[in-house]
Design a protein around this ligand. Structure first.
Ligand SMILES: Nc1ncnc2c1ncn2[C@@H]1O[C@H](COP(=O)(O)OP(=O)(O)OP(=O)(O)O)[C@@H](O)[C@H]1O
Length: 200
């Protein structure tokens, strides 16, 4: 992967301060197509804050960010607040996303098989464990076509095997040209997927 791949996001000195409290100390990086920037750092260091700023959910107090050739609909987000439908099964959620993006129904198969979701396909969301819910959330984010995947601690609540599957799936997305911007506490996931690690 070369350094000349298309720059999709430029972040320059992005900062958020409330009173005397730094929610995010100045951060700068560039995210390229087919590459992954991982945000690391201790609890409260500003990883989620940065993701929220670049997705337009929070205003920075200093610095700038610019998306190049990326529309809102090109972003696929898994920021821990996936809106699920109470009265729809896992299979129906996957089917809805596939239909919305004019994908074959079979498009979800690699995710279902990789994450081992066959036993929960007919379950309603409220019947799932927190880890299973996380798998569904990630699957919905990975299923739809996207130029950029934005993930907040995607490893949360996943067992070791599924974290490895997640790394493989994210690298596949990168090979297809998607950029990945993720916050993570998982050093193995970061090592497996990230080209650039930004320690906050
Ligand atoms: N709504 C809010 N009002 C005031 N401060 C906030 C608010 N949300 C977050 N913060 C503070 O902003 C700082 C950065 O929080 P953030 O959630 O971005 O950290 P993080 O790096 O994602 O942490 P973690 O690894 O625990 O998820 C923390 O000190 C937090 O207490």
């Amino acid at each position: 992967m070369d350094n000349d791949s298309e720059a999709l996001l430029h972040v320059d000195g992005l900062e958020l301060t409330l009173g005397r409290k730094h929610l995010l100390a100045p951060a700068s990086f560039t995210l390229h197509a087919g590459r992954c920037v991982a945000l690391t750092g201790p609890n409260g260091s500003g990883k989620t804050t940065l993701l929220r700023i670049v997705t337009g959910k929070l205003q920075p107090t200093a610095g700038t960010f610019r998306w190049d050739g990326v529309k809102n609909t090109d972003l696929s987000l898994a920021l821990g607040s996936t809106p699920f439908y109470e009265n729809m099964t896992v299979q129906e959620h996957l089917g809805l996303v596939a239909a919305s993006w004019s994908l074959e129904e079979s498009a979800a198969r690699p995710l279902v098989e990789g994450f081992g979701m066959e036993p929960i396909l007919d379950s309603f969301i409220e019947e799932l464990s927190s880890g299973e819910r996380q798998l569904v959330s990630l699957s919905l984010a990975l299923l739809r076509p996207a130029k950029v995947l934005i993930l907040d601690e995607p490893e949360q609540r996943l067992d070791t095997r599924r974290r490895q599957v997640l790394a493989t799936l994210l690298n596949k997305q990168r090979e297809l040209g998607a950029a990945v911007l993720m916050a993570s506490h998982d050093t193995e996931l970061v090592e497996a997927v990230a080209d650039t690690v930004l320690q906050l």
